[in-house]
Unconditional design. Structure first.
Length: 154
């Protein structure tokens, strides 16, 4: 596979994993948000405390914000990798590290992303786009390697 194909796969995997996590967080926040509202209404109706429901909703909101940061970094990293933006390697590394925290699927996505982005192909694609390398295609036409002259070390 070429560097561009690996880059595309890492981007797709990061976006898919981040999107699946965002969907799960959305569904769970809806369920627990409704549960907190029911707790508040039940406490208000029976003359009991509504503080438990309020605390429950505050915790759900905090978890949604934290989940959005984790999922957002993966989705943003995947998008930037697909579009080959200048800072895509940085965001891809961040998204891959965050994905590693989610075992087992996220770990596989994260390790693959880190392997590519820290490997020779990722570095070639993002850090040295003009440098020739036989692994990544043909050398530039203006690049001519001349061996050092004999006894040049003296």
């Amino acid at each position: 596979m070429t560097a561009k194909e690996h880059n595309k796969l890492v981007g797709i995997f990061l976006m898919a994993h981040g999107g699946m996590q965002a969907l799960v967080i959305l569904l769970l926040s809806l369920v627990y948000g409704v549960m907190g509202i029911v707790m508040m209404l039940a406490g208000a109706k029976n003359g009991g405390p509504i503080l438990a429901g309020v605390i429950f909703i505050i915790v759900v909101i905090a978890l949604v914000i934290a989940g959005a940061l984790f999922c957002g970094s993966q989705i943003l990293g995947g998008y930037k990798l697909l579009k080959e933006r200048p800072n895509a390697r940085t965001w891809g590394i961040i998204g891959s590290i965050v994905a590693c925290l989610s075992f087992p699927l996220g770990t596989a996505v994260g390790v693959y992303g880190l392997w590519f982005l820290f490997g020779d192909m990722g570095k070639q694609l993002y850090l040295n786009p003009g440098m020739p390398n036989a692994m990544f295609g043909q050398p530039r036409a203006d690049y001519q390697h001349q061996p050092p002259p004999p006894n040049s070390w003296q």
